[in-house]
Design a protein around this ligand. Structure first.
Ligand code: NAP
Length: 336
């Protein structure tokens, strides 16, 4: 069985996902493309040897009988409308984060999906598919370090462009921690605070970098996440869980160690695409398999909503300097 995919958005991650669906993963074929920039679709079609139909109107792509499932990899503010259209057409849809740029937008999708009567939406949160995070979760669930008490995390990028702003540290960067830590702990956030250390001289004038986000969960776990997007030295994701009887750390990505010139060294990745390359593969294969079976089970619209609610609180905390409460309605049984 082959899942015929229509992709909206052929930019950086869109191309990566099209490449993996067409040339790496099983049981999928990209048959339709749309982008606000048609020539980009033509280029992707040519370079990845797709022979996909190019649609000038994304609604026509979603409605096309030759498209069984939709992948949304366009600019964030467009996601909500495309996901709603796919859900209303009864089609499975993989949507890159954010599911919507507001919590209310995510809730609109939740309501549409519940009205459709079955899960159709998978959000592109790939970290729960990363083998390191999965191993870490297993250690916690087997009680090897007792109950988790504190988490020390870091999300560091070598550098960011001029267009990156202080709020994007939350909406583009921290959003991955907001999703994966909730999943790791099987817990929800109840408050957020953002504090700013001394600013690096490498950041643009309009960007506060680094930032430290302090989160508290319903079960009383305290989390600090350092976001440092001009750290210079590499793309580095850290997560240390301090438990009652021990400490568990996210494994480092595999890297050859060298001993030479009186130095012991191992490389650090610089590219996020490389750091999570295997997780993206597993994530999309799970979507393809789930869509073909009519049983989507990856990160849900509810997970997208929970991340959006927490992100909104973090943005308010950035602006006020206060500890901002985070409250969520009860999770519907539909998403149990
Ligand atoms: P990008 O390179 O800017 O690509 C987005 C593409 O969508 C561009 O080609 C853009 O065209 C196009 N587009 C914008 N509005 C559109 C519309 N109304 N209809 C159709 N196409 C439209 O961005 P990206 O880095 O690929 O990011 C895309 C999404 O993926 C973002 O939401 C981002 O947060 C997410 N993402 C997730 C991860 C992850 O790790 N999960 C990593 C990277 C990105 P123009 O360039 O002409 O505007």
């Amino acid at each position: 069985m082959i899942l015929n995919l229509g992709v909206i958005g052929t930019g950086a991650i869109g191309r990566e996902h099209i490449r993996r669906c067409s040339h790496v993963l099983r049981h999928a074929k990209v048959v339709a493309l749309n982008d606000i920039n048609r020539s980009q679709c033509e280029q992707v079609n040519r370079e990845l040897d797709l022979q996909a139909t190019i649609y000038d109107n994304p609604d026509d792509l979603i409605a096309s009988p030759s498209v069984q499932a939709v992948m949304v990899t366009s600019w964030g503010p467009t996601h909500e409308a495309f996901v709603l259209a796919a859900v209303n057409a009864g089609k499975a849809v993989f949507c890159e984060k954010p599911l919507a740029v507001t919590a209310q937008g995510c809730m609109n999708i939740i309501e549409a999906e519940m009205a459709a009567g079955k899960r159709l939406v998978q959000v592109g949160f790939m970290r729960p598919y990363d083998s390191g995070y999965r191993a870490l979760k297993q250690v916690l669930e087997q009680g090897e370090i007792g109950q988790p008490l504190m988490l020390h995390c870091a999300h560091r990028n070598p550098s960011v462009g001029e267009a990156y702003t202080t709020d994007m540290a939350i909406t583009d960067t921290l959003i991955h921690e907001l999703d994966v830590l909730r999943w790791l702990l099987n817990d929800d956030y109840v408050s957020a605070q953002v504090v700013y250390p001394r600013k690096t001289s490498r950041a643009s004038s309009h960007l506060n970098d680094p930032q430290i986000v302090l989160l508290e969960t319903a079960q009383g776990v305290r989390i600090d996440v350092e976001i440092f997007v001009n750290c210079q030295y590499g793309y580095d994701i850290q997560c240390e869980v301090v438990g009652e009887s021990g400490i568990a750390r996210l494994p480092e990505p595999m890297s050859v160690q060298t001993r030479r010139a009186a130095t012991l060294a191992s490389g650090i990745l610089t590219d996020w695409k490389q750091r999570f390359i295997a997780a993206y593969d597993v994530e999309l294969q799970d979507f393809i398999t789930g869509a073909l079976a009519g049983q989507i089970s990856g990160p849900s619209a509810w997970d997208g909503y929970a991340a959006a609610v927490a992100a909104d609180a973090c943005l308010a905390a950035q602006n006020s300097g206060d500890i901002v409460a985070i409250s969520m309605p009860a999770r519907p049984a539909f998403y149990a």
